[in-house]
Design a protein around this ligand. Sequence first.
Ligand SMILES: [Zn+2]
Length: 503
Amino acid sequence: MSTMSEWARFGRPDAFEVGLRWVDDPAVPQRRPAGHGWSMGQLELSVAGVSLTASARANQRQAHVGWYLSPVLGWLAEHWGALLHEERFAWDERSALPAAVTCSRILDWVPEDAGGARRYEVAQAWYRRHAIRSAALGGLFPDLYVRRMADDIELSWSGDSPEFAPSGLVFESGAGRARLSVADFARPLWQLLQWAAENPPAAPASFRADIEAFQAKVRSLRTLREPSSTREYVADGMFDLARSAFAEIGRLDLFDHEQSGEVPCIEEFSPAVAMFGGVSPTLVGEDVQRLRDALVEAHGGGDGERLAELVEVRRETPVGVPHQDGERLAAELLEDLGTGGRGDWVDVDAICADLGIAVGTLGLNTDSIRGVAFAGDGFSPSIVVNATHYFNTNDAGRRFTVAHELCHVLFDRTRARRLAHASGAWAAPAIERRANAFAAYLLMPPALVLRGLAGANQIDREQVEVLAGTLQVNRSPLIEHLWNLGQIDEVSRAKLRAGLSLD
Ligand SMILES: [Zn+2]
């Protein structure tokens, strides 16, 4: 008897599509894996038009992977909350690279010191929540990682074959990365799980209890509700502190979400969750209240006409190479505003005033937050500088922070067109790097830098001093910027840096 079900497909191949069918298992029941021996099937995954399951071996191409599928299906149900809502890596990660690169880099070698071993352990646990291969149970599944990124889902894959794969097996996809809306990813997966639970294959009676356990797991997802999903986004310990701060003043409307539709996931985080998702979990209560008050104060109002125009033309600006993106965005803005190279320096406070963005100061206890920005749907655009942060202790540094936050206001709105962002070491590295590159370019446009250097062929410490004064920036970002612009070589950069440290 040979049984093979029809393909059940969900989603769209240009965004995310998943297909599954059950196939007959030639192995006798006693030789099949315990718990999963009922679920032999084939799986197809496509992301942004690329098939992640298509492989070739000895000129034989197949579009699917085939194996026992209940480990992967059960894994999807079990880690649903983390898959769709957890953005942060479990280790200190400064690079802006996709999870498929950063996570496997850590897991590639086991360090011998205690700190390294601990980091390896938390990375392992993160891998088990986010990498489909962690549930492969011997199947040849693609090396795909799923991770939340603000209001998007990041999918990234290495294209590598599993270590134990038969020689010559090559996945066609190569390495890649895509960002999808939460709905485009979560809905097809949800439909897949429902379909698999409602239409299990015919299987020997010895597996009946296993099938029922899988069905129960999928059913239990239907009762998954906020706040359990939100807890995946906001660091442990911070969630309750932040939520009760909003409850205290009767503003849970800024913290809690309404879940829309049947799929149990949060498509758009509330402004409070978006902001507290990017802060250190060690903030004290006073700082939580101050941040809450800043958010409440910015709530109401909206973008002015000029700002709305600038934001509108830059919709859907994806994060590419952060440094290049930041510079390009700053160059475009200077051109739009017509301020490039007219005076001797760029007055970022005046730019903010022209765009109707309020700039204020806040004294937090923590120096882990550099500034905060609010904008978009239901918010008056505003930038708040944390006076306690080391970079903000002089006016040149404060201006750099304002320019950094201006980048967020213009380019880092969520799909809900909203921004509530705290900048610092705990925020997503990709958008922080982009904002820094933006700020450097905005305050030090090449035209002004070159004018300030006036054709000098040797840039020394004194010249850096004078140019920093003219541009009203600090010397250390100026030195980095001169290097980025190709005005100094590595040796000069090292000498100039060393000069700074002697001051
Ligand atoms: Zn930032």
